[in-house]
Design a protein around this ligand. Sequence first.
Ligand code: 13P
Length: 273
Amino acid sequence: MTPSSPDTAPTRRPLVSGNWKMHHDHIEALHTVRDLGLRLKPEDIAQVDVTLHPPFTDLRTVQTLLEGESIPVALGAQHCNDHDRGAYTGEVSPQMLARLGVRYVLVGHSERRQHFAMSDDLVAATLRAVLRHEMTPVLCVGETEEERAAGLTEERLSSQLDAALRGLDPSQVAGMVVAYEPIWAIGTGRAATSVDAEDACLFVRETLRALAGPEAAQSVRVQYGGSVNPENAADLMAEPDVDGLLVGGASLDAATFLEIVRASRPAGPRRRG
Ligand code: 13P
């Protein structure tokens, strides 16, 4: 483990999120969430927040199930448009998500940036749209393999953070989540080492401090994402600036996802207290 900076005492509540990407239709979603609800024990979520980010077509089903069966998991979405309404065929607005009880929205996931040409400007506008509707943005940042090899990781992270957050009020930044997801680790089975994840998450926090001040930087939860599984979750979570995990493939199965939630509990011997 790398040493914590003095003002990063681990007062932040761990946040473990499942990003289903384009997996699970609404029937599969129903079975998965019901399975998770049956397995979750009060002690699993006593010290950890859990969110699920299913595809748009599943949101209503998942919301009904979470509320109807009092499953203590917050509803998340994977993306939204930056406008509240209008002639944007095929898009879903932040207002629609808010009305559905969505609490967290991924913004600028690398797959949106890569496959759908989501620019830094659009990331910034979307983030503000999510905030406008009082949902929590989960701003995704991360470098490519080439950028890492060229020693450009920090430059990439700071430029993504700056483009998305510059001009926001520190109180708005304070309530956000940032997900550090190195692109080379997503879906590859090659997770970052816990030391590399800590270095990047600490750098994210230092950049937040420069952009929004020490209080905001101290309260933002910084997640790591990229090939997280039940075996590596505890080591990643043991790092002082890794406040949570954004889980793709391993979140599709309720039992596997729950193992990751359990490995993220701060009570574990590895977590700093
Ligand atoms: P994997 O966990 O499948 O690598 O995906 C990570 C991710 O992109 C989560 O948003």
